[in-house]
Structure formats: C-alpha cells, structure tokens
Design a protein around this ligand. Sequence first.
Ligand code: GLA
Length: 379
Amino acid sequence: MIQARLLEQFKDYYRIYGRLFSSPGRINLVGEHTDYNEGFVMPTITDQQFYVVMAKHGGLDPFPVIRIFSPQFNETVEFDLFNPPKKQWALYFYGVIKEMKKRGEEIQSVDLLIHSDIPTGAGMSSSAALCVAFAKGLNSLFNLGFAPLDLALIAQATEHNYIGVQCGLMDQMASLFGKKDHFMKLDCRTYDFEQIPFDFSDLSIVLFNSRVKHNLASSEYNLRRASCERVVGIISQKKEGVTALRDLSLDDLSQFKALIDPIDYMRAEYVLEENDRVHQMVDAIKAKNLPLMGKLMAASHLGLKEKYEVSCPELDFLVDSANNTPGIVGARMMGGGFGGCTINLVENAQKEQFVEEMTIKFEKKYLKTALYYVTTREK
Ligand code: GLA
C-alpha cells in the first residue's frame, strides 16, 4: 500500500510519526471555462491522488520553517514564511499557509513528505489536489476549524495570488467533494451541487494524455477570463442584474453584439452554449441517452477549438481519432486546454481494442506514446 510506504518513509526521514492526507485530481465531463463565469460544471475525481504526510515540528516559533521532502523526485525544499521558496512547486505550499494566515490563523513549523501519481500539466488538476490535501492537513494538524468550502477557497486563492492563474473553483470543489461513479453538477455561483450517478456498467472513462504542456496555458487562461469579464462589464451597464455571463441568454448576448469586440463575443457565446450543455448532459445521463451524451461532448470540443480557441493539434487529433475508432461514445479535450488530456466515454466491450488503436494512431503521427488512464469503478 502506497499509504503505508509513505508513512514509513516519513518516519525514517524525520524520525517522528506523521499523519497522511490525500486528495484526488479531477476529471470534467462537460462545462469547461464556465466555472469563473459563475456557471455550471460536471466534474468527478481521478483514481490518482496527491499525498502528503505531515507532522508539527517543534513548538511556538516566531519564524516557522516548512521542510518538504519528495522521495519521488529526490528533492528537498526548506523555507520560512518571510521568504518565498524559489521552486515553483513549493510556492503552492507557501501560498496555502499565507492564505490561512490572511484569514487570521497561526501556522507553526511543519515537516512534510509528498508524493503524487496525478500527472502534472495533464489537465487533471494536480495543483488543486496538492493545495487541497495540504490545506486539509494543516486544518487538522493545527485544529484551525476551516469548513471544506473555506479550504477550497484557500486553495483557489493560492493559485490566484502566488501562481498567477485566475482559475475558477471547479477543481478544488471536485477534489474535496467529488465522488466515484458520480459526476457532480456544481453551480459555481452558489457552490451547491448535485451528485449525478454515472450508472453505466458497460462504459469506461478513458483519458488520453497528449503529453503537451504549453506554457501558454496560464497567460491564455487569464486572457480568456478577461474577455468574459469585458463582456459582462459592457452588458451590465445596459441591463440590470448582470454580474456574470451566467446571467445572460444567447438572445440577451446577441442584443449587444454591436457593442462587443468580435473575439470577446465569440468567447462569451461559447461559454453560454457550454453552460447549456451541462444541463443537457444531466438530462442525457438520467435518460441514458448515449448518442446525446456523445453529441454534447463533440459540441463542447468544437466550441473549445473554434470559439474559445484553447485546443491544440494533438488534442484535436486525439478527439478526431477517437471519433473514428469503434467503441467511442463521446470524446473532447478536458480542462484549461493548450495540452493535457482528452476525456473519452468508451464501450467496455471494445475498450482494449480502442486503447490499442488510439495508441498506434497517435504514435504514428507524433512519434511518442499518448499515455492513457482508465477510471476504475467503486467496488
Ligand atoms: C482549469 C481551471 C478551472 C477551470 C478549467 C476549465 O482547470 O483551474 O477552474 O476553469 O481550467 O474549465
């Protein structure tokens, strides 16, 4: 068991016992780039997790020190709260603590051992899982009393204020509240959610990792968000009660077309259409309407590619190939975009053959292997 091994490694390294916390990554069926527009999303959790073993280190200290050991990468980092660490990945830990301190909590020195089997840059929210796992750990170790939603907001603020990605709250909420064999229909305005059973024993969720990690991802992400906010800024001056794209219908939007930059308009149109697709997907799942589920995924991919312009050739190739491979029910790119994974719903009976054919097609075109992950069902 990985958990037992990590606890053992912690004890060997720090010579004290630690406690283990973990959080999963997230998958999203449909509803991409809708979360920061206060719309709806449909995530669930990955099998893969981020793990952190933690123990307090010493007593009250005016200069708390954080020590992190990663046996996986054979790396150690040590920093205090007055000097941010140089390594980008360690900034997430720094950020979570700073965000907790902002909310009035005192954190003391702490020792960590970390491990993750969530691939990074794969659109599976490895960073949200890290922040959530660490935040859960601090909350418990120091009895801070944060509610789960606070932890999600702390993890999100870490991305905003220390990493520079103006992300929504989907990933953090999925990591905290996601449930196997369910997709959560999450309202990103109220943070209410409904767990929709994904009760298809003859279907598998298969992710293909394009293995493209674009450094455009965060800058372009913020630009997309800014486009959406500009549209809201213009329309809110003309129409009452509009504080997010969520408040508009496609008809409302079209009335203001002349006032809006054409690119921003196209982005907003995508968001409104995608938001509608989430509602339609819930109905399609409840009605077990596989053709409609596939159609909605295809439309989502097309919108992300052509209107939101966050896809890339490798993702398009994976989606096109999937749609031409027996066994496919639906395929689309997943997550922020510019690389990462596609999500595929595949008939179990054809799964092995599907994965094999897809792997061959991708290898032939890009001379590298598209890694894949199959989500297991709860036993
Ligand atoms: C990233 C962000 C999320 C969300 C998705 C796109 O994963 O962290 O908040 O916006 O992209 O749907």
